[in-house]
Design a protein around this ligand. Structure first.
Ligand code: F6P
Length: 323
């Protein structure tokens, strides 16, 4: 192993920079040449590949986003695109690739590593925490803390005006941000893609709450919930409970940005270091995660989107604690 490259791909996540920094500095420590690839696979196709030094990653551990930029690249789905990308890597004699991204990015890396002789390592970077083979993903802790901070602020207005707020958090296919932020802000209801919630049941409860003068209500909805997100849930409640002062708030991309939390910086640093270690050890074509506080390897083809069962006990806890 002499020359490795690192890229970030898919949606950005806070902590990606800390992971890039760890890959670059660990690589340099082992006397490897380290290259950065701009805009994920798109930069691989367009030969936007440049040598990185230790100082290229100075002052980035605390920054959200990704200095390598990111993109979703359609051409990489095609063999021709992957071949072009391979030829570009060969121009720089790159013999190891670290991909920081989500399941779509690993899918690309998996195909690429099967077709061409470039060992790939995936690192889970997504705010959604929806990847098998790791207890958390780079960015999740930050996103959830951002959501908590925002919901706490909304609660002030809910309390001051005796309002009901329906708040939408991110999570196209996974409800972890909703579950964690909802529990830690004392939400009365949490709606997730993993579990069907009957809006009728919520309405009955809201009416009962009103009878006992419990007027502050927070409902946290994951964007991927099958009712149709906070807009639809809010619309139904407004229609059925016109006497309630109901507002809808969609948190959106503020959850993707900002300085990574300590937890995300540590996860990212540990994974970036482990990625170079794995390449040096000859461990190839795996995603590296952390399970029970230990480094854990998952073959890239198994590092898929994981729609895990959410323990129903959580919903019991939500109900009891918010009653
Ligand atoms: O995968 C991360 C995520 O933020 C999802 O929670 C969300 O559905 C999606 O990305 C939004 O993607 P984009 O920023 O491309 O619209």
């Amino acid at each position: 192993l002499n020359n490795i490259a690192v890229l970030t791909s898919g949606g950005d996540a806070p902590g990606m920079n800390a992971a890039v920094r760890a890959v670059v500095r660990t690589g340099i420590y082992h006397q490897l040449n380290v290259y950065g690839i701009m805009y994920g696979y798109r930069g691989m196709l367009k030969n936007e590949i440049f040598p990185m030094e230790s100082k290229s990653v100075a002052n980035i551990i605390q920054r959200g986003g990704t200095i390598l930029k990111t993109a979703r690249c359609k051409e990489f789905y095609e063999y021709e695109g992957r071949k072009m990308a391979y030829e570009n890597l060969k121009k720089h004699n790159i013999d190891g690739l670290v991909v920081i991204g989500g399941d779509g990015s690993f899918n690309g890396a998996q195909k690429f590593s099967q077709e061409f002789d470039i060992p790939c390592i995936g690192l889970p970077g997504t705010i959604d925490k929806d990847i098998a083979g790791t207890d958390s993903t780079i960015g999740f802790d930050t996103a959830v803390n951002t959501a908590v901070e925002a919901i706490d602020k909304i609660r002030d207005t809910a309390d001051a005006h005796d309002r009901l707020f329906v708040i939408e958090v991110m999570g196209r296919d996974a409800g972890y941000i909703a579950l964690h932020s909802g529990i830690s802000t004392g939400a009365e209801h949490i709606l997730l893609p993993e579990r069907k919630t009957e809006v009728n049941d919520i309405i009955e409860e809201l009416q009962a709450n009103e009878r006992r003068r419990k007027l502050v209500n927070l409902i946290v909805v994951a964007e991927g919930d099958e009712t149709g997100g906070a807009t639809e849930v809010g619309r139904i409640i407004k229609e059925r409970c016109p006497q309630l002062d109901t507002r809808v708030s969609i948190l959106g991309h503020i959850q993707r940005g900002g300085a990574p939390t300590c937890t995300d910086r540590i996860l990212a640093s540990r994974l970036g270091y482990a990625a170079v270690d794995a390449l040096l050890e000859g461990i190839h074509n795996v995603m590296i995660g952390v399970v029970n506080d230990k480094i854990h390897y998952t073959p890239l083809d198994k590092a898929v989107k994981a729609k895990q069962e959410i323990d129903p006990e959580w919903f019991k806890i939500v109900k009891i604690l918010a009653s």
